[in-house]
Design a protein. Structure first.
Length: 290
């Protein structure tokens, strides 16, 4: 074996890969599936992700840092404007961009709007949710997306993992040679406090009514291990009652679901507070970490 071959076989690739797309196309589920653990919270309600979150996959010859972004949408509040800006900013200074599409939905104006905000000629298109889409839907989406002129197209399912291996192999081979940015055992850049607050919000999304999710924010107010207090912020008194539920049942259920995903022995306290119209106030949006 020549010295040149030896050097090539030992090269290490690394870089940043961002996922962009409309709300609820499965970007967070893809990051979680690729990294092998929950990095981002998931929900069937649109606009779940509000932060830019990085998930890390370390392999023997490569390290891929996946950037999960909020779904791009037409904003109507300061919060919406902020999460849109976060998503668009995340497409800059990365090595690869992946446009994620929902195979169960027709290619529409929203998908085109997102694609117009990235350089599709250098991007990869992912057609997600093939596990629930009909074959003709997947084919239709691939045919419609082919007009974008992307570098490559990958149909896959974040839910059952089908197609993820070829995507990761392709991305790893496409990244430049570079250093290992994160230690082997690190899988996310998300601070533990932020992750717990997001975990509580995820469970609230699962148990509250449809009109509430956009008005809910969560923040860790106290962290004295193993005691954690999380404040749940809503915009109106009526929403406070809806989050608590009759006899406190809604809040109790959300707490139970969150505790199941925390280490044994953690004491999690949830409190609901009203901050009138918080998501329409840029300074409050910023203070809550968005």
């Amino acid at each position: 074996m020549t010295d040149e071959t030896t050097e090539a076989s030992e090269s290490y690739t690394s870089g940043f890969v961002t996922f962009v797309g409309r709300p609820n196309v499965g970007k967070s589920s893809l990051v979680n599936a690729i990294c092998g653990r929950k990095i981002s919270i998931v929900s069937d309600k649109p606009q779940t992700t509000r932060h830019r979150i990085m998930g890390v996959l370390t392999r023997p010859t490569s390290q891929l840092i996946f950037v999960d972004t909020p779904g791009l949408h037409k904003p109507v509040t300061a919060l919406g404007e902020r999460v849109n800006a976060t998503a668009i900013e995340s497409t800059k200074d990365v090595d690869m961009t992946c446009l994620v599409l929902d195979a169960t939905m027709p290619f529409g104006k929203g998908d085109r709007w997102v694609s117009d905000r990235i350089d599709v000629s250098k991007a990869v298109v992912i057609v997600n949710k093939t596990d629930v889409a009909k074959p003709q839907q997947v084919l239709g989406m691939l045919q419609a997306a082919s007009s974008l002129g992307a570098k490559e197209y990958f149909p896959m399912s974040a839910k059952n993992g089908e197609g993820i291996g070829p995507l990761v192999d392709y991305l790893a081979a496409s990244l430049p040679e570079g250093p290992q940015y994160f230690p082997n055992d690190e899988v996310s850049d998300l601070p533990e406090e932020r992750w717990v607050a997001e975990l509580v919000r995820e469970q609230l999304l699962a148990v509250t009514r449809d009109e509430l999710p956009y008005s809910i924010a969560t923040e860790v107010a106290e962290w004295e291990w193993p005691r954690i207090r999380v404040n749940i912020i809503v915009e109106r008194d009526s929403q406070k009652g809806m989050v608590i539920g009759k006899g406190g049942l809604i809040l109790k259920r959300a707490g139970e679901l969150a505790r199941k995903q925390l280490p044994e022995g953690v004491y999690l306290e949830l409190r609901v507070k009203v901050d009138k119209d918080w998501q329409r106030k840029p300074e409050r949006v910023q203070r809550l970490g968005y």
